[in-house]
Design a protein around this ligand. Structure first.
Ligand code: HEM
Length: 348
């Protein structure tokens, strides 16, 4: 679902994927398979190569053996599909100036009333900077990586935990019922659903889809805290030095979230005194804050609300007790999310 929605934001409806409806073996599902495998291996390559740049190091030989041919094939598939999408986009882009109204005066991209239906999509903004097909392909892929797995991981983690905490499901569902009384959610009311906000906050806190991050200093600088005997003094960072920060650990700090920081408790966010500031950064912060934050939160809120309107309860369908991580370019649940959703007393 998040592949389809992220690609629609990026490319518009005409060019986006339709993997939820496409049959097995279709181009979108082959793309998904290849994309998943390639991002997993890219992460592994990065982890193995860190600090081992000599071509014949043990890590590099292990890497060569481990990745096999499937990696190359997956990358080729991902790039070939993207190349098609970008070529198709460029063809229509170059056609646009020559498009005229048809014989009935109907302009392409306009509905029956004549108003424009064509949405502004991200690739249009990208195409204002470059029309180079390779550059565009990398730009598109970059945003697809940023937007698809992250939101997918958030949603699957939310349902993983809901299946283990029926009391939370009931509380959140009661708010959805009360707010919409069976109507489809509208954009404004979605943002007033406090219980879903707490639910998403808590999932992003305990299972941040991007649990590790890093920066490299452009020039000599200092970090405000972390130095001195008590860790409260500034720390000197030399130009070129890499600073890694561990969002997963930060989000479990007892100093910020209290003694029960490791526990899953969405209602902790009800406490007005909980103001974690830079202690809670699932979307990062500052100049490079996530561009898709509002989109991701709105989409996740909508999906949770709709699921709760359709189903009365949720139960787990796996034997694993604990959430375990699967680390690829981002982090998701190792065992997936196996749940059953019920309507009334019956299993759906
Ligand atoms: C739950 C969902 C998401 C999470 C947790 C998330 C998290 C993040 C984080 C932590 C960063 C900063 C990376 C860094 O600078 O090191 C980032 C950047 C970015 N995200 Fe997201 N993201 C999510 C969804 C999305 C969506 C849906 C889109 C767009 C469709 C998106 C587009 C981007 C882009 C373009 C950047 C790069 C911004 C820049 O470098 O200036 N993200 N995201």
């Amino acid at each position: 679902m998040t592949l389809d929605s992220a690609s629609e934001t990026l490319l518009g409806r005409g060019l986006s994927f339709c993997s939820l409806l496409d049959p097995p073996g279709s181009k979108s599902l082959r793309f998904l398979d290849a994309f998943d495998y390639a991002t997993e291996v890219v992460h592994m390559r990065h982890a193995l190569n860190r600090g081992y740049t000599k071509p014949y190091s043990i890590a590099s030989r292990l890497w060569q053996r481990w990745k096999g041919d499937r990696f190359e094939e997956s990358c080729k598939t991902v790039h070939a599909v993207m190349e098609d999408v970008v070529s198709e986009y460029l063809r229509s882009h170059y056609r646009k100036p020559f498009e005229k109204e048809d014989a009935d005066g109907h302009k392409e991209g306009a509905d029956e009333s004549g108003s424009e239906t064509q949405k502004h999509v991200l690739i249009d903004a990208m195409a204002e900077s470059t029309l180079d097909p390779t550059e565009l392909r990398y730009e598109v892929l970059n945003v697809l990586i940023a937007g698809r797995d992250t939101t997918g991981a958030l949603l699957s983690n939310v349902f993983f935990m809901l299946a283990r905490h029926p009391d939370v499901w009931d509380r959140v569902r009661a708010e959805v019922e009360e707010t919409f009384e069976g109507r489809l959610p509208d954009f404004e009311s979605l943002h007033n659903l406090k219980q879903i906000r707490y639910l998403l906050n808590e999932s992003l806190r305990l299972f941040p889809p991007l649990p590790l991050n890093m920066r490299v200093a452009n020039s000599n600088t200092t970090l405000p805290r972390g130095g001195g005997p008590e860790g409260k003094d500034p720390v000197f960072i030399k130009e070129g030095q890499q600073v890694n920060y561990h969002v997963y650990a930060l989000h479990r700090s007892k100093e910020t979230f209290g003694p029960d920081a490791e526990d899953y408790r969405p209602d902790r966010w009800e406490n007005p005194e909980l103001r974690p500031g830079w202690g809670y950064i699932p979307f990062n912060g500052g100049a490079r804050v996530c561009l898709g934050q509002q989109l991701a939160l709105t989409q996740a809120t909508y999906v949770v609300a709709r699921m709760m309107q359709e189903f009365t309860s949720i139960t787990r369908r796996d034997k694993k007790e604990e959430w375990q991580e699967k680390i690829t370019l981002n982090t998701k649940s190792l065992h997936g999310t196996k749940v059953a959703l019920m309507k009334g007393d019956k299993k759906a």
